[in-house]
Design a protein around this ligand. Structure first.
Ligand SMILES: *Cc1c(COP(=O)(O)O)cnc(C)c1O
Length: 444
């Protein structure tokens, strides 16, 4: 299911439409594409390409909009930013300054969240396979909550916490067996996914947890998938969570909080994006009025549209009746099209290019894989060598999923804030690719 709203006969949105739909982008007649007050050509001139560029203002604005939606729905909900979407320290600093906590899924993310300035009590540790050292690290740091995903993990955590003489505040992650209606690789709430505790065994496990040393069960957690655009699966999942809260309370358990997870989708193409108001409404309708503390864990929605990937045309190649625009960015930089069949807008940086007549082009990278294709049959103007393009909505699951496949160094990263911008990660030096490698003496 590549992109539900994109039927084959739907024309792709034009460059003008893509830019108009993104408030932090604008096309300037002289300077070309701007992010906030910064001409992206100036960034590419100084830093080169491929380069990730993020708008601090966009991230701040979206965090505020999400918090405001919960406040106006009268819901006491904390936002725990899902660090895995973009774990750069500068992004984490913006989240901390905006009052967000963090949802982390590894010891490394836990360290990053702390370095970014997020207080340990506002960190939630999620994930289906937390190692013993990671649980120990989380308890030493004093994280606010650990979301436990199995009876086996609960037993392990109890042993570690009791051994350390501390008490772990635990939410049980339940698997509500709801189809999030998204891509199979980012669906997490079906009974046959690896995530969470089966709904039917959750009540018994919660009661069991209550009796374990080193464990204080505080509530439930769920996260049904990613890039969710409809409120229907959310409502279904939260209704099941509410039912379980009532059952647990009727059985005498204390259930203080429900962690509603993330997954809120964005409009990559022209699909109607999910709104924070609708999300808050779905939570209020199902879990409101129960005296619960609530938390949400969005990643993509906060940072996805705030970022783009700048690339340059290496060459344009005509083969048969196809035109291939080969970029200096590739699937090792942005994996989403190869991995999830994701649609990303691609727009020229030059205002002149942006208004020329278009014809279909396949936009590809230089990596030796046919999957290294950013877009097919996309309406683009004639592009000269070294013409620049921006691949939009690459702020989430972009740089964090990069690899150095084909010995391609990690791209530079830039943060824009109003008229200011800074390199926030230098382009990886080529030598760094083999710096940790040794050739054993005995190879001769
Ligand atoms: C990935 C993940 C999120 C964030 O998902 P988004 O789709 O980026 O909002 C939140 N919670 C958990 C447990 C996750 O694994």
């Amino acid at each position: 299911m590549p992109h539900p709203a994109a039927l084959p006969h739907d024309p792709d949105p034009t460059t003008a439409e893509l830019v108009a739909a993104r408030p932090h982008l604008s096309m300037h007649a002289m300077d070309g594409l701007l992010m906030d007050g910064v001409p992206l050509n100036a960034v590419a001139d100084q830093v080169g390409t491929p380069t990730w560029v993020l708008s601090a203002g966009s991230i701040r604005g979206r965090l505020q909009a999400l918090q405001a939606a919960f406040a106006s729905a009268g819901l006491p909900a904390r936002v725990h930013y899902a660090v895995k979407a973009n774990d750069h320290l500068a992004v984490l600093r913006i989240m901390a300054q905006g009052g967000a906590g963090a949802d982390v899924v590894s010891g490394g993310e836990l360290q990053r969240a702390r370095l970014g300035g997020i207080a340990p009590e506002h960190i939630v540790f999620s994930g289906v396979g937390k190692a013993e050292w990671e649980l120990r690290l989380a308890l030493e740091a004093g994280v606010g909550q650990i979301n436990v995903e199995s009876a086996e993990e609960l037993a392990m955590l109890s042993g570690i916490a009791a051994g350390m003489g501390c008490v772990a505040r635990v939410a049980l992650r339940i698997n509500p067996d709801v189809d999030a209606g998204t891509h199979a690789k980012i669906t997490t709430g079906r009974a046959d996914n690896k995530f969470g505790v089966a709904y039917d065994s959750a009540a018994a496990l919660y009661a069991h947890a209550d009796g374990l040393p080193g464990i204080e069960p505080v509530g439930l957690a769920l996260h049904i998938g990613s890039q969710i655009l409809s409120m229907t699966p959310y409502r279904a999942a939260y209704a099941r969570a509410a039912e379980l809260v009532r059952d647990l309370r009727a059985a005498g358990q204390i259930v203080r909080m429900v962690d509603c997870g993330g997954g809120l989708g964005i409009g990559y193409r022209d699909e109607p994006a999910a709104t924070p108001a609708a999300f808050a409404g779905a939570i209020r309708a199902t879990l409101g009025g129960m005296g619960l503390e609530l938390a949400v864990e969005p990643g993509r929605w906060l940072v996805g549209s705030a970022g783009l990937l700048l690339a340059s045309v290496v060459l344009v190649k005509a083969t048969g009746n196809r035109r291939f625009v080969v970029l200096d960015a590739a699937m090792n930089d942005l994996l989403r099209p190869a991995m999830y069949d994701a649609w990303h807008g691609v727009v020229p940086l030059s205002a002149v290019d942006a208004v020329q007549p278009t014809s279909p082009a396949d936009i590809v990278g230089p990596v030796c894989e046919s999957g290294d294709t950013f877009a097919r049959g996309r309406a683009l103007p004639a592009l000269a060598r070294n013409a620049r393009l921006a691949i939009l909505d690459a702020g989430a699951y972009g740089s964090v999923m990069s690899s150095t496949y084909n010995a391609r160094p990690l791209a530079a990263e830039v943060l824009v804030d109003g008229n200011r911008w800074s390199v926030i990660r230098a382009r990886q030096p080529m030598e760094a690719l083999w710096a940790g490698e040794t050739v054993p003496d005995w190879l001769g």
